[in-house]
Design a protein around this ligand. Structure first.
Ligand code: DAH
Length: 336
């Protein structure tokens, strides 16, 4: 028995020293079914006089194996630490990396300015889907199938009745269908048209739609709101001008110009000598549109307007080609 214990001691220590994974060896020798445990189980067969001696020896063997395991574990820890110190070397003399901070795109900046101005006047934000039904984009807005004004807003069709919205005006319909007046919303978002890209057109662009519906709303309210907006957007000296126009969803309709904030109306390069810049379309919501949305035009009236965010950005920043804003060359974007 003594020899057996000594053999176990020698074998265990040698194996532990050579091992990578000591956990297996702990089980092999000291575990419930381990070799040392098996020996101790056989104590019954040992002569009673011998038992204390064998017992003491067994305890010593156990202590030796445990010490070998602990040593090995510490040795491995040290090795691992050395390895990490070698591989994670940090050269504090290297020059630092310059962190460049980005900023919002000019189109996003304009949209945020518009949101803030209109929220300041008590409007809230409404959003609608970019993939829209023909009904909301056209029909409910008094543009029945085959209406000639559809040609100017040719867009991308998904099916005969589903398309990429060509304007943010469908959000008007969705809001009026779901909410009783008073309504005071703006709706910013992306719109699509089958226009080839040039200096003033893009197949994807952004609009902000506005809608106010309540009892007794007049064209005077429309003018007042738009004048306030123009002064906040382009400066306190800004004037606005209404020119008669036609939109199927408003009656009467107007195109609205702002006095050029560069030359103050005298005519310059930015306004192409006009003194004015066209920035939006507007009008009194057509009675058909109100009744299409379940609002009684005899009780309520409203105004609406729609503007192109790109156009306002170009005016605000003096950008003469819309495509520059989509190329996202940082040398261009950094200027704003
Ligand atoms: N949806 C029009 C367009 O894309 C812009 C517009 C004009 C919107 C008049 C309106 C409006 O709400 O009343 O050309």
């Amino acid at each position: 028995m003594k020899e057996l214990l000594e053999q176990i001691r020698i074998k265990a220590v040698a194996e532990i020293e050579a091992a990578e994974n000591t956990e297996e060896l702990r089980i092999k020798y000291l575990g419930k079914k381990g070799e040392l445990t098996a020996v101790l189980r056989g104590m019954g067969k040992v002569a009673p006089a011998e038992r204390p001696i064998i017992g003491q020896l067994a305890n010593e063997v156990r202590a030796t194996i445990e010490a070998a395991l602990t040593n090995k574990a510490e040795e491995q820890k040290k090795k691992e630490m050395e390895r990490r110190l070698m591989t994670e070397k940090l050269d504090v003399t290297l020059p630092g990396k310059i962190q460049t901070v980005g900023h919002r795109h000019p189109i996003a900046q304009t949209e945020e300015m518009l949101r803030e101005i209109f929220i300041g006047m008590g409007f809230s934000i409404a959003e609608g889907p970019e993939v829209e039904y023909d009904y909301y984009n056209f029909e409910a807005l008094n543009l029945p199938k085959n209406h000639p004004a559809r040609d100017t807003q040719d867009t991308f069709y998904i099916t005969d009745n589903i398309l990429l919205r060509s304007q943010t005006s469908p959000v008007q319909v969705r809001v009026m269908e779901n909410k009783k007046p008073p309504i005071r919303i703006i709706s910013p978002g992306r719109v699509y048209r089958a226009d080839p890209a040039d200096a003033t057109h893009s197949p994807i662009f952004h609009q902000v739609e506005g809608l106010v519906v309540d009892k007794g709303i007049t064209m005077g309210d429309l003018k007042g709101i738009l004048e306030l907006f123009a002064k906040q957007m382009f400066g306190p000296e800004t004037k606005i001008r209404f020119r008669p126009h036609h939109f199927p969803f408003t009656e009467p309709s107007a195109e609205v110009d702002v006095s050029c904030f560069v030359c103050g109306g005298k005519g310059c390069r930015l306004c192409k000598g006009e003194g004015w810049m066209e920035i939006l379309g507007a009008g009194m919501v057509h009675p058909f549109v109100l009744s299409n949305c379940g609002i009684d035009p005899n009780e309520y009236s409203g105004f609406a307007f729609g503007m192109g965010v790109e156009r306002i950005t170009m005016a605000r920043l003096g950008i003469d080609d819309l495509r520059l804003m989509y190329e996202n060359d940082v040398r261009f974007l950094r200027q704003f």
